[in-house]
Design a protein around this ligand. Structure first.
Ligand code: ZN
Length: 84
């Protein structure tokens, strides 16, 4: 294992990639390890090793931005939300 690339970890549900059924299932389909599969997720931040599983991503409100949203970043609030 390369020490300079942290294992993918979901800080929202506190699970490593290998403990998330959807990641494990997707990895099997692709013939790769759960870690490799999670690294390909759009929310994976290679600096921190954090990513959001689908469940957490949905709970966060499916955040996105022009630059692409990565786990650990602040969740952009919808423009249409009613103010405080
Ligand atoms: Zn999660």
């Amino acid at each position: 294992m390369a020490s300079d690339s942290p294992s993918p970890f979901d800080p929202y549900c506190q699970r490593p990639a290998a403990d998330i059924p959807e990641i494990v299932a997707g990895a099997k389909l692709d013939g790769v390890s759960p870690d490799v599969y999670a690294r390909e997720d759009g929310t994976f931040d290679q600096q921190t090793g954090q990513f959001a599983c689908l469940d957490c991503y949905l709970k966060l409100g499916m955040p996105s931005s022009d630059a692409g949203w990565k786990a650990g970043q602040p969740v952009p609030q919808p423009v249409s939300s009613v103010g405080p």
